[in-house]
Design a protein around this ligand. Sequence first.
Ligand SMILES: Cc1ncc(COP(=O)(O)O)c(C=O)c1O
Length: 388
Amino acid sequence: MMHQYNNWLNKFDKVITKRKKLLIYRYRKTITNSNARLITFLNKKYINFSSNDYLGLANHPQVISSYQKEVKISGTSTSSSGHIIGYSIKHKILEKKLANLLDYPNAILFNSGFDANQAIISTIIDKNDCVITDRLIHASIISAVVQSSGTLKRFSHNNMISLDKILKTTNKYTNKLIITEGVFSMDGDQAPLQKIMMHAKTNNSWVMIDDAHGFGVLGKNGKGSTYLKNCKPEILVITFSKAIGVSGAAILCKYKILADYLIQCARQLIYSTSLSIAQINAIDTAITIMQESNYLRRRLRRNIQRFKHGMKKLKLKLIPSNTAIQSIIFNNNIHVLNLVKKARNHGIWLNAIRPPTVPVSSPRIRITLTAMHRKHDIDDLLKLLSSC
Ligand SMILES: Cc1ncc(COP(=O)(O)O)c(C=O)c1O
């Protein structure tokens, strides 16, 4: 026993030493305060270009007051899973509201987007099933498929020839599920959803879309990527941790029996304490505000355009994206880390995304714009980038 424990310590030490050497060791910074525009770190304020709170709803007075009102009534926790006593009338109403909003028969709430992705894959994928994902799919999906007993295949990013090639090798599987993201989390580009739906149809496969970064910002009244592209995948995952500004997630199911099956079998639902009613109230209010706030989406679009236009004028290259996520690729970690350091000296908060989150050859700066940024914030960022 003792011997095995020492092997563990040796392994941890090796991994950490290697990461420090390769400049990919992860430090968590102790943030004292943050919102969609500003962040405070060690008593200094920075312009925040690392938030997923695209519409600024995390600090919206009505969202905060919904949370506060409900926390006084029902406390801070449901104190149990939804299968025991943790499923309230407010959970039920929110599920119904989401299903109506996105035109699905059922929505089921989860504690996070990570949980929702784990739940759907671990619950439905069996030994003879095949999951076919975009190569850049989110880590929560990859880790769920790897832990499942199904087969994982990956197609080149947004490449329909590659998807088609892979689909041709999958006839032997009982069920097939193609998974992609509405808006890719690292680079902000969008998947060709209609083409993927067509390939799925001709190959007898289901489609799952993770729209963590599309819901709230794209499509009519923020209904997301699938609305924008007029698609209805069998499974749609949305999160409340990005444009909705709270936390939690939902799975929308095209077939009621799939929702029933998840309720019966998804361990993430059955064996985990549900979202608190105060969170549910805040999510509900934030979704209403999100739907009514075309002006916030317009402001966000204007900020994206200002940034992209400025980068073009400076002849600086971005990964092509029309969304709030704008990334710049570098060829080594030192260069990225130097830029982050320089930005901090200029009162700007940027984040370096390094391997293993992205390929070794392409560390990047992931810039997120929000509706809360002011023109001069973006101009300050452009000025900084122009000097790199
Ligand atoms: C595409 C995608 N899916 C799922 C998640 C997980 O969502 P959550 O933060 O709600 O767990 C994220 C967040 O990083 C994401 O970017």
